[in-house]
Design a protein around this ligand. Structure first.
Ligand code: TXA
Ligand code: MG
Length: 337
């Protein structure tokens, strides 16, 4: 299959929407990361998404709609707290897990009776949903296990020849996937996957926000994942990634003792001055680090890094999302100094 590369022209956006309507799979931009979009109601198209990614069939896809009111078409019950959250955070990087109805095929929901609903804010993605006229199932557009793509080039790297087209809508703003939440009680939610909508932001609306333990720790044998995605190895480049929780000075001392030809450090901008070993930087603030992390993991592979030591991000705000992705990229290998 030849994969077409679309631009962000109105004509190309319409062509991408048309392909999705016809049951094809298209790589599409969102404000978080690029998605692999297909008509969520079309089982055949959704199976192509799973096959193109090499994704386990029990890992559900998020369904993207143009406006939160459309969630009513695909769910059997929406708590009033969900509407309050939607007023505040939709469109945006928030996915709400709700009871699905029969319109959503079991293939799309990975066999679960729930469905994750998200209203993306990216203008092109919004147009594609409206023009295709279908709810769009879209996982991140990477091969399962690899870092999520934040630009069209990354999607092409992973998906060229596997899907009908990719639409180049520029670099994703946030760089990490949406915050996924489920509803615990009338006024509390559980974060299943952290993202740019932080615990602190959710607490403006919710009485309580629980951080699911799987976000920071490896699941123990037999422990059930609240979000199936959390049980798989993830976001991992070819290099062996190891997270180092330390000060800037201690990190530098550690690298001086563990340096090697194919050893790279991924450090904060402020660590960079006179850093005498192979390195890349990934910003300074949590938002910057979220924006750069997946791109840097891909770049580290392309320069042939075999071992990557990452100076751990702080776990506050969006930093929790960055930490969550990195600890998975590292296969839970953390050195604390
Ligand atoms: O920002 C995003 O969410 C991106 C863009 C493309 O929208 N999509 C994305 O999809 O990250 P994906 O499939 O790579 O990750 C979805 C995560 C998985 O960990 C999955 O297990 C979880 O959300 N998830 C989806 N539906 C769920 C459900 N019904 N219950 C629990 N977890 C769910
Ligand atoms: Mg993903």
């Amino acid at each position: 299959m030849k994969t077409i590369l679309f631009s962000d022209s109105a004509e190309d956006i319409s062509s991408a929407a048309e392909l999705i309507k016809k049951g094809e799979v298209v790589g599409i931009p969102t404000e978080t990361v690029y998605g692999l979009g297909a008509n969520a109601l079309d089982e055949k198209a959704v199976r192509v998404v799973f096959a193109a990614k090499g994704r386990p069939a029990d890992n559900p896809l998020i369904v993207h709609v143009a406006d939160f009111s459309q969630a009513e078409n695909y769910t059997s019950y929406i708590p009033s707290l969900a509407y309050k959250l939607a007023d505040k955070f939709c469109p945006g990087p928030l996915t709400m897990v709700l009871q699905k109805n029969d319109k959503i095929p079991m293939v799309t929901s990975g066999g679960l009776d729930t469905v994750g609903i998200r209203v993306p804010s990216h203008a092109i993605m919004h147009k594609i949903i409206v023009e295709s006229g279908c709810p769009i199932a879209a996982p991140s557009a990477n091969i399962s296990g690899l870092p999520s793509p934040t630009c069209a080039v990354h999607v092409m790297e992973d998906m060229n020849g596997r899907i009908a087209a990719v639409l180049d809508g520029g670099t994703s703003e946030f760089g990490v996937e949406s915050t996924v939440i489920s509803f615990e009680t009338e006024d509390s939610v559980r974060i299943l996957r952290p993202g740019a909508i932080t615990k602190e932001m959710l607490l403006e609306i919710c009485h309580e926000v629980i951080i699911d333990p799987s976000i920071l720790k490896e699941l123990e044998d037999g422990q059930e994942a609240a979000s199936p995605g959390m049980k798989y190895k993830h976001y991992s480049p070819k290099a062996n990634v190891i997270m180092v929780e330390s000060s800037s000075a201690d990190f530098r001392r550690f690298i001086s003792e563990n340096d090697g030809e194919k050893v790279y450090s991924l450090i904060y901008n402020s660590d960079e001055k006179d850093f005498p070993y192979n390195y890349m930087t990934y910003g300074e603030t949590p938002l910057e680090q979220a924006h750069w992390i997946f791109q840097r993991l891909r770049e580290l592979d392309s320069v042939g890094a075999e071992t990557v030591y990452v100076r751990a991000p702080i776990k506050e705000g969006v930093g929790l999302a960055v930490y969550n992705r990195l600890i998975r990229a590292a296969g839970f290998e953390v050195i604390r100094i």
